[in-house]
Design a protein around this ligand. Structure first.
Ligand code: NAP
Length: 402
């Protein structure tokens, strides 16, 4: 558990990304509360070096080994140690720290998150794909090691803040809200012709590319539902999604006495990040605009449309399947999103690729054991291989989208 009164040591995996930026803002606003141990990035060494100097980090690690020399040169003459490569990333996660912020994108974050937990470090988790894939394996390791996983995602942070552990049996349901993404009001035909530029125009949040596209398909909400299932030990039927275009109410817990506790705030990741970094205290996030409900005037809610956004339904199917199901869903989605970004498939093909992968893979893996990190990684690899083959096959048959 992080030390609540003195300076906290903190490592940031994914320090050069959007969550890395917001985390940096909170550390800078509370400078004397944190000692930054290690920053990890993948390819953006310029930003990694700048950030390491700005935050006074002890070490900077670049995942791409080829960038080692260039990072060393940028940090020459500074006290910052430099390391590179996948093993160095995993070692950085396992170094003793009060908090490890897991903010890498996608399944490459699985092993570092598991390494941080294995080492007994408290984890502040943004990298939802890691928990979605490793689900029961990660939660068991955290329980065995007595490690807290503090959610950074705004919806899970909201739930965490109003979730009464002692009254778990009196919780009827939880709700995660969804902005609805850029295509909330688009009809099915128009969604079919959505371009990458369209998909990257999120109405409320500024985020990395992959999570922005996931928000457009509602795969992000699906991943979040599975994440909530593991974090809060709530069954699939008790996890609801409501579309709330203003993104002011982030999550709600419904109790048996009819009370619904919600957390509200402006759509700014620095609020949930501050909540996790300060837990069980509160630190300031002075950069965040203050919520003024009278100014906003109106909050809207509507049910999600699974016909226009089939990825949400597929995520529920994967969650109900359990075991390797969510890892396969996630792997296929990562492959399909990359294919869309590379112009190798159309927006609406993302759901088709995921559905076909899950159909093919679940037969192979439903009886397979899913209790170890190796099981998680092989389900992820299997899902990626199948989805890649499906993308290739589709390209072969119908060609790339125009
Ligand atoms: N952004 C948000 O508002 C938000 C909100 C909730 C949850 N999340 C979740 O937080 C995670 C990060 O999202 P983001 O928006 O911050 O993404 P992002 O802006 O794309 O940043 C991704 C980070 O991961 C690093 N990275 C990528 N591949 C890596 C690898 N193989 N090894 C080590 N580092 C690697 C990147 O390094 P380089 O840039 O140096 O290549 C970058 O630092 C995602 O799981 C996302 O779903 C994000």
């Amino acid at each position: 558990m992080p030390n609540s009164n003195t300076t906290r040591s903190i490592a940031i995996l994914g320090a050069t990304g959007s969550i890395g930026d917001s985390t940096t803002d909170i550390i800078l606003a509370n400078r004397d509360r944190f000692r930054v141990t290690t920053l990890v990035g993948h390819s953006n060494i310029e930003k990694l070096a700048e950030r390491a100097i700005q935050l006074g980090a002890e070490r900077a690690v670049v995942a791409d080994e080829q960038q080692y020399q260039a990072l060393r040169e940028r940090l020459a003459g500074t006290p910052v140690d430099v390391a590179a490569g996948r093993e160095a990333v995993i070692a950085a996660a396992a170094e003793s720290a009060d908090l490890v912020v897991c903010a890498m994108v996608g399944s490459p974050g699985i092993e570092p998150a598991m390494a941080a937990i294995q080492a007994g470090n408290t984890v502040a988790l943004a990298n939802k794909e890691a928990l979605v894939c490793a689900g029961p394996v990660m939660m068991k390791l955290a329980a065995d090691k007595g490690v807290r996983i503090l959610p950074l995602d705004s919806e899970h942070s909201a739930l965490f803040q109003v979730f009464e552990d002692k009254n778990h049996a009196q919780i009827e349901a939880i709700t995660v809200t969804a902005s609805g993404g850029p295509f909330r009001t688009w009809d099915k035909k128009r969604i079919r012709s959505a371009t990458l530029t369209d998909a990257l125009k999120h109405p409320n949040w500024t985020m990395g590319q992959k999570v922005t596209i996931d928000s457009a398909t509602l795969a992000n909400k699906g991943l979040e539902v599975i994440e909530a299932h593991h974090l809060f030990a709530i069954g699939p039927d008790a996890i609801k999604v409501v579309v709330h275009p203003q993104s002011i109410v982030h999550g709600m817990v419904h109790y048996t006495d009819g009370s619904v506790l919600a957390q509200l705030g402006m759509p700014d990741m620095r609020t949930p990040i501050a909540a996790a970094l300060a837990w069980p205290n509160r630190y300031a996030a002075p950069q965040v605009d203050r919520l003024d409900l009278a100014m906003l005037g109106q909050l809207d809610f509507e049910p999600p449309d699974l016909d226009r956004f089939p990825m949400l339904g597929l995520a529920y199917d994967a969650m109900r399947e359990g075991g390797a199901g969510p890892a396969l869903f996630n792997a296929a989605n990562e492959v399909a999103v990359k294919a869309f970004v590379d112009g190798r498939c159309a927006f609406h093909d993302i759901a088709t690729i995921v559905a076909m992968t899950m159909d093919k893979a679940l037969g192979d893996l439903s009886a397979a054991s899913f209790t170890s990190l190796d099981d998680v990684l092989s389900a992820d690899q299997h899902g990626q291989d199948l989805a890649n083959a499906i993308v290739e096959d589709q390209l072969h048959r119908i060609g790339a989208p125009s």
